[in-house]
Design a protein around this ligand. Structure first.
Ligand code: FAD
Length: 221
């Protein structure tokens, strides 16, 4: 269900769920809760227990394309942690960050950047690249990671029949997503539903083209 319509209500019917949004209702026997920061609220709509999710804000700074030749690969501040990185982007600019900060439960819409956070990003990046032109800032922005109490993903069936969770997907949730989906479908739902694995489909014909994501940085000497 797209967020535009916004899931507002889950009612338990005989065969399980009826999902209601602003504009429409959907009836389903199985439903997956993969609503990121809001997975605890969506679970509560079905009276399913779920650890509270707090937002962890990460702030970034994007530098102008004039920094193209400064850094040629992602720099990590090893051996401490992932920390603040400098990341050459596909369109030749330089991304710095993130600086992480835990926010209270009530601040799930706090996407704003702060003076303190941005200067921490620039200071952290300067430790990796001392001659960083910090006057070349193009824009800054923030993202919110879901941080579940207990610190672990919540993946699997809920105690409410037909409701499955893939929530609390803190970092590295993006990296883990394909395996989480495979686990949920093949190892949790398929045995419950008595689904058999189909034989592997072997494709023939020409291979699909490989997309060149990173354009070569030319003229950097
Ligand atoms: C700054 C930052 C850096 C990160 N770095 C990394 C990294 O390096 N590596 C990595 O693997 N991961 C990283 N992550 C984490 C990664 O982005 C998350 O783990 C991942 O996005 C979580 O996926 P999700 O599907 O659970 O939630 P989301 O991607 O947030 O998707 C949830 C979806 O549910 C929708 N939704 C919510 N409520 C409702 C509702 N009531 N009704 C309908 N729809 C709803 C939302 O609109 C959204 O589309 C980072 C995150 C941030 C913010």
């Amino acid at each position: 269900m797209p967020c535009k319509t916004g899931l507002r209500f889950i009612s338990k019917k005989k065969s399980f769920a009826s999902l209601s949004a602003i504009a429409q209702s959907i009836h389903s026997q199985r439903c997956g809760n993969a609503t990121g920061l809001h997975a605890d609220e969506v679970a509560a709509m079905a009276w399913a227990p779920f650890p509270p999710i707090t937002p962890r804000r990460g702030q970034y700074v994007l530098l102008d394309k004039s920094t193209e030749c400064l850094v040629h690969s992602v720099l990590f501040p090893a051996p401490l942690s992932k920390g603040i990185l400098t990341i050459p982007t596909a369109d030749s600019s330089l991304l710095l960050g993130p600086k992480a900060k835990d926010l209270p439960l009530t601040e799930k819409e706090s996407w704003e950047t702060t003076r303190e956070g941005l200067s921490q990003v620039l200071n952290g990046a300067r430790k990796l690249v001392p001659n960083l032109p910090v006057d070349q800032v193009l824009k800054s922005f923030a993202g919110l990671r879901p941080e579940p109490a207990g610190g672990d993903f919540v993946v699997g069936p809920s105690p409410i029949r037909g409701l499955y969770h893939a929530g609390g997907m803190r970092s590295p949730g993006l990296t883990a997503a394909p395996e989480v989906a495979r686990f949920l479908v093949h190892e949790v739902m398929a045995p419950e539903l008595g689904l058999a694995k189909k034989p592997v489909l072997i494709r023939s014909g020409p291979q699909s083209p490989r997309w060149k994501i990173f354009r070569m940085r030319s003229g950097c000497g």
